[in-house]
Design a protein around this ligand. Structure first.
Ligand code: PGA
Length: 254
């Protein structure tokens, strides 16, 4: 049985006050759950040190993640953050390919593949978000879209690309909309993703996880996590509310 992995993506939210209020109780709560469930919090990156200081004497019961990384290791790239710096900050997981970056920052599959490759070089776990738009969903192109988003990674990184990685299947229309994809539909796509990646990896894949993301709440978590090919969640909105987030973790633990 695999250990489910839950990532809280805080996006562009939070403040020192918010972090103080949520983090200590969350960390306390996780004492009971960190052995059965891997929890990652991805705050805005500039709060990393603040978070580490707040926990200072306590053992952190979760890992820290980042929401982005640059395509360079160092140099004249104003405003960017490199994988080497993330490693230096003890960041273990990095979300890449999120639809909000694809749309708002014009990141295409090739840029995302480059980020994936660089993270692997630094032994940081990439959390690769893939998924279709509402239009593509209506046109039943989900598998085709996911395939393209996966192929470009294999092309750059080779057949072992997906060892020690996470793919988050996130239908774009479900993100932040309050309308999650149906568990049955997510299972079909997750199963497809797993088999496709497995076959392109020569059936040799290790430590590979599939998450679902898109309006996960305490009300739909149970049914979603019961699906065979869903190994955890990438959670946006609900990760900002202590009560909601801890409820989801409790549900997964069952
Ligand atoms: P949501 O966001 O849970 O608020 O829908 C998920 C995500 O963007 O990863």
């Amino acid at each position: 049985m695999i250990k489910p992995i839950i990532i809280g993506n805080w996006k562009l939210n939070g403040s020192k006050k918010f972090i103080k209020n949520i983090l200590k109780p969350l960390n306390q709560f996780l004492i009971k759950y960190y052995k059965v469930c891997t929890i990652v919090i991805a705050p805005p990156i500039l709060y990393t040190n603040f978070i580490q200081n707040i926990l200072s004497s306590d053992q952190a019961n979760f890992f820290l993640g980042a929401q982005n990384v640059d395509t360079h290791f160092s140099g004249p790239f104003t405003g960017e953050i490199s994988p080497i710096m993330l490693k230096d900050l003890e960041i273990h997981y990095v979300i890449i390919g999120h639809s909000e970056r694809r749309v708002n920052h014009y990141e295409d599959n090739h840029i995302i593949a480059k980020k994936f490759h660089m993270l692997k070089q630094e032994k940081i776990i990439p959390v690769l978000c893939i998924g279709e738009t509402s239009q593509e969903h209506k046109e039943k192109k989900t598998k085709e879209v996911c395939k393209k988003q996966i192929d470009v990674i294999f092309d750059l990184c080779g057949e072992n690309a997906f060892n020690n990685t996470i793919v988050a299947y996130e239908p774009i229309w479900a993100i932040g909309s309050g309308q999650s994809a149906s568990p049955k539909e997510v299972q079909i796509i997750s199963h497809f993703i797993r088999n496709y990646i497995k076959s392109k990896s020569n059936n040799q894949i290790k430590n590979f996880f599939i998450q679902y993301g898109g309006s996960v709440t305490k009300n739909n978590a149970q049914e979603l996590i019961c699906q065979n090919d869903i190994d955890g969640f990438l959670i946006g909105g609900a990760s900002l509310c202590l009560e909601e987030f801890t409820k989801i973790i409790k549900i997964i633990n069952k």
